[in-house]
Design a protein around this ligand. Structure first.
Ligand SMILES: CC(C)(COP(=O)(O)OP(=O)(O)OC[C@H]1O[C@@H](n2cnc3c(N)ncnc32)[C@H](O)[C@@H]1OP(=O)(O)O)[C@@H](O)C(=O)NCCC(=O)NCCS
Length: 165
């Protein structure tokens, strides 16, 4: 853990970011999506100032985190939705927590006040990660979408910054 550092994502990370994304989707409990987007689609949908990767020294990227806007309305300009994905071989070592803590610092420094996420109830790791980082559960959307033909619930979580006022 001591050597794992967080840095901004660059276009050179695209291959690892997409591979880790796909591995998470293949696990079946990360998202309704089933295929990682192209780099162009990823790049177009994520805010450029809040994309981070974690790596062990100069080694390969172990995980990433990024945010998308939730609305074009000015009132919600400080409300974003994030995704966090860690290489299956690097899970359980605190990589996601490092990324999430760094994202919270980065977004708060930019005046973003709320980070939200939707998590499948079966995703115990993600629920634990977010609740330990100060997210609260808003509720559960029941059978809100179909994933591989099966209706699934989604737990809505958010973290309201205490320092952005
Ligand atoms: C969810 C995910 C990002 C967690 O990454 P990670 O690097 O293994 O998580 P961390 O090691 O930082 O653990 C964070 C916290 O969650 C807890 N946690 C991790 N995995 C857990 C599990 N399977 N069950 C219960 N708690 C778990 C850890 O104990 C830790 O809490 P602690 O700080 O009190 O010890 C990772 O499992 C993943 O990439 N999953 C697939 C993609 C995904 O689901 N992304 C989230 C979409 S909403």
């Amino acid at each position: 853990m001591a050597d794992i550092t967080v840095r901004p994502m660059t276009v050179d990370d695209a291959g690892r970011v997409r591979a880790i994304y796909q591995a998470g989707l293949d696990g079946g409990d990360a998202s309704f999506e089933t295929a990682a987007p192209s780099w162009a689609a990823f790049d177009a949908s994520r805010l450029s100032g809040h994309r981070l990767v974690a790596a062990d020294g100069d080694g390969p990227v172990l995980g990433w985190i990024a945010v998308s806007p939730t609305s074009t309305r000015a009132v919600y300009a400080g409300v974003v939705e994030h995704s966090v994905y860690v290489d299956p071989a690097a899970r359980g070592r605190g990589v996601a927590r490092l990324l999430l803590d760094a994202l919270i610092r980065s977004t708060e420094a930019a005046g973003i006040w709320t980070i939200q996420s939707g998590v499948f109830p079966e995703n115990a790791a993600s629920l634990a990660l977010h609740q330990r980082a100060g997210f609260r559960v808003l509720g559960v959307r029941e059978r809100v979408g179909r994933h591989h033909g099966r209706w699934r619930d989604v737990v809505l979580l958010e973290r309201r910054s205490a320092v952005v006022n």
